[in-house]
Write a protein of this length. Structure first.
Length: 262
């Protein structure tokens, strides 16, 4: 007997029946499990009891208003990201100068920065800000990282605890450093301890645009240089007169007995 030539077909009706059955079982399982599946379940607090009188209603209204104020303050903090840098540069030595920026921003405790005070050192109030400075007549830098819409007042303070300040006036310059440009503050002449100079106000629109409004007239640098030169000439003349007087009237020499005692 001759063997029959049979063709082997993998894809037949039996295989199709098995695949359809498996697909149906999968669909049935998904329909059963979908009602109890949530990607990010959020638990909402149960509603409180309804107010019984007007006092309860007012208390709920006040609590909701406080919550809204907290959320608005949080949103305002998240939107802050408009930095700028202020630099103060004393051109001569002799005074202890501090840079200070006052604005209307409120911290986490709801308070604003203090007004300028020459009796205390005042640094940054907000965590994002950076202040590089200290006691002495050195350049100082103040960076404001988060500058929402508002005014930022820039001050130079001549500290009261300056160690033996000179009587010679000095010149102080400053500038506002932005991303693409630098704006200059008025030049200031410092003559005595305890002075506070409001040199300018920086206006921010909250979108990264800044304008500088000078709050005082710029000092004449050439006039100051001439005044300093005259002071040094007069001081040199005074020193020469003192030296000549010492030569004319030398101090008496100590006696021999006093020298032996010494």
């Amino acid at each position: 007997m001759k063997p029959r030539n049979r063709e082997i077909n993998i894809f037949n009706m039996s295989l199709l029946d098995v695949l359809c059955g498996a697909l149906g079982a999968f669909c049935f399982m998904m329909l059963v499990l979908f009602p109890s599946y949530r990607q990010n379940p959020q638990k909402t607090p149960p509603p409180g009891p309804p107010p019984q009188n007007c006092e309860d209603c007012m208390q709920q209204h006040q609590s909701m208003q406080q919550r809204m104020e907290q959320l608005n303050a949080r949103n305002a903090q998240l939107e802050m990201r408009n930095p700028f840098v202020v630099e103060m540069i004393p051109r001569f030595t002799g005074y202890d100068l501090d840079l200070y920026i006052e604005d209307d921003r409120k911290g986490g405790d709801g308070t604003k920065g203090a007004p300028p005070d020459v009796k205390v050192e005042q640094g940054r109030k907000f965590i994002g800000d950076q202040y590089i400075g200290g006691r002495g007549q050195y350049p100082e830098v103040w960076m404001v990282r988060d500058a929402p819409k508002g005014a930022y007042r820039v001050y130079y303070k001549v500290m009261k605890f300056s160690a033996e300040p000179t009587t010679v006036p000095i010149l102080v310059e400053g500038r506002l450093l932005l991303e693409k440009e630098a704006l200059y503050f008025p030049k200031v002449v410092v003559r005595k301890v305890g002075e506070i100079f409001h040199v300018g106000t920086i206006q921010s629109d909250g979108e990264g645009n800044f304008t500088l409004e000078p709050e005082m007239e710029s000092a004449d640098a050439d006039k100051l240089y001439a005044e300093r030169d005259q002071w040094f000439k007069e001081e040199a003349a005074r020193e020469e007169r003192r030296r000549q007087e010492q030569q004319k009237n030398p101090p008496p020499e100590p006696k021999k007995d006093e020298q032996k005692k010494q």
